[in-house]
Design a protein around this ligand. Structure first.
Ligand code: AP5
Length: 216
């Protein structure tokens, strides 16, 4: 039976960082809705252009578009054994749609690590983030700097700062998260799959706590 893990938490808390580590540890596919939108933007698709108009304002891309993108991604062969979902679902409608999609895999959402940290930590992490243009590897100018400024250690590609990581856009994204995504905490708690993780710790410590919680 396939295993599906949903990483829930505010912008900048470290979902992408932990999802990449978990994907390597578990061999499950890593699906990041934000990365899929950014990939579409890089390829100048209609979906990418539409998504950018919402992302730049710190707002959510409409549910129907987002759900159909994830449905398509989940239908690929690398998701047959399951996946780590990072940034999806983000609204109750997306969570309901995911539940229906996973029945097609005879699966369900098995674990929902809910990673949290205070707002000042989120803003500092997002505004100091550098992302690799080729494959989305994540760095931070203070907490996880690359060996060479502006160059990805792993694939040598250029590092860039996301347009939506300006302090005012991050604050808007946090507000949108509180309004539209927080209801999912109760949704998954009711289902008995939510595990709370302190995201204010250093990366290694968060990973250790995450793996320990998943083993339980
Ligand atoms: P998305 O790309 O999903 O952004 P997000 O959820 O806001 O999350 P982030 O990528 O900002 O942060 P993260 O938690 O992954 O942190 P990271 O590991 O990078 O979404 C962007 C936009 O796309 C949305 O605003 C929306 O418009 C649209 N979108 C996406 N999904 C959607 C959906 N389902 N529905 C509708 N619209 C959607 O870490 C951040 C920084 O901190 C890095 O520099 C990292 O190195 C550092 N760091 C990480 N962990 C630690 C640690 N423990 N200690 C110190 N530094 C750390």
């Amino acid at each position: 039976m396939a295993t599906f893990i949903v990483l829930l938490g505010p912008p900048g808390v470290g979902k992408g960082t932990q999802a990449k580590i978990l994907a390597e540890t578990t061999n499950l596919a890593h699906i990041s809705s934000g990365d899929l939108f950014r990939e579409n933007l890089k390829n100048q698709t209609e979906l990418g252009k539409l998504a950018k108009s919402y992302m730049d304002k710190g707002e959510l891309v409409p549910d129907d578009v987002t759900i159909s993108m994830i449905r398509d991604r989940l239908s690929r062969a690398d998701c047959e054994t399951g996946a780590i979902l990072d940034g999806f679902p983000r609204t109750p409608a997306q969570a309901d749609a995911l539940e229906k999609m996973l029945t097609g895999f005879k699966g369900k959402v098995d674990y929902v690590p809910f990673i949290t940290a205070a707002k000042d930590i989120l803003v500092e992490r997002a505004s100091g983030r550098w992302t690799c243009r080729e494959q989305g590897h994540i760095y931070h100018q203070k907490f996880n700097p690359p060996q060479k400024v502006g160059i990805c250690d792993i694939d040598g590609s250029e590092l860039y700062q996301r347009d939506d990581d300006k302090v005012e856009t991050v604050s808007k994204r946090i507000k949108v998260y509180l309004d539209q995504t927080m209801p999912l905490v109760e949704y998954y708690r009711q289902k008995g799959v939510l595990v709370e993780i302190d995201g204010s710790q250093p990366v290694d410590q968060v990973t250790e706590n995450l793996l320990a919680a998943l083993k339980k």
